[in-house]
Design a protein around this ligand. Structure first.
Ligand code: AMP
Length: 174
């Protein structure tokens, strides 16, 4: 597997969820073990020497590959969830979306001040979702923050708003 082969497998769905959006449907890649193994290996290779202590996945498409990498690195997995889903005490962060405000949360006891975290999501578009996740980790007081994506839409320049706050690494670029 390589970037070009995976790009042929990822399905582009025009005008979803609304007109003008080119939706990158990764479920066609997740269907294939070779693609999942490639994602897992590439991310593990990149992060294995960086002293990561927790891998955080953003709901819901960040929950697919992040736990594979956490297992490979031998560290725990932290779900970053939409508000109201986590049962115990949480820390939250709100951010503006195109239509209104969204809030994400983690369990208060999931992260400590000694953690070096890698936050993962499937795709980087404008960067708003990941920026909120970075701010959430800063509220939790972690030592260092890395971010990773399977796909980055370069034209939307999401990287520009993230890279002052955390290292950004993506496997596939459009
Ligand atoms: P953003 O906050 O703009 O970076 O959007 C990132 C989130 O929206 C990710 O969780 C993606 O799953 C989803 N997303 C945004 N744009 C697309 C797209 N063109 N194709 C697939 N998913 C997208």
């Amino acid at each position: 597997m390589n970037e070009q082969q995976i790009k042929k497998i990822i399905r582009n769905v025009p005008d979803f969820p609304k007109k003008g959006i080119q939706f990158k449907d990764l479920t066609t890649a997740f269907l294939k073990a070779e693609c999942n193994q490639w994602f897992e290996e590439k991310l593990t290779e990149h992060y294995k020497e960086l002293g990561i202590t927790k891998i955080c996945g953003i709901e819901s498409r960040g929950f697919i590959i992040a736990p594979l990498v956490a297992n490979k690195l031998g560290v725990g997995f932290v779900p970053v969830r939409k508000k109201g889903k986590l049962p115990a005490d949480t820390i939250e962060e709100s951010y503006s979306k195109e239509y209104g405000i969204d809030t994400i949360e983690i369990h208060k006891d999931a992260i400590t001040e000694n953690d070096v975290v890698m936050i993962h999501d499937d795709l980087l578009a404008t960067g708003g979702t990941m920026l909120a996740a970075i701010h959430l980790m800063k509220k939790a007081g972690v030592k260092k923050i890395y971010t990773s994506f399977l796909v980055e839409l370069d034209g939307l320049k999401g990287r520009d708003i993230l890279q002052n706050e955390a290292e950004v690494f993506s496997l596939i670029h459009y």
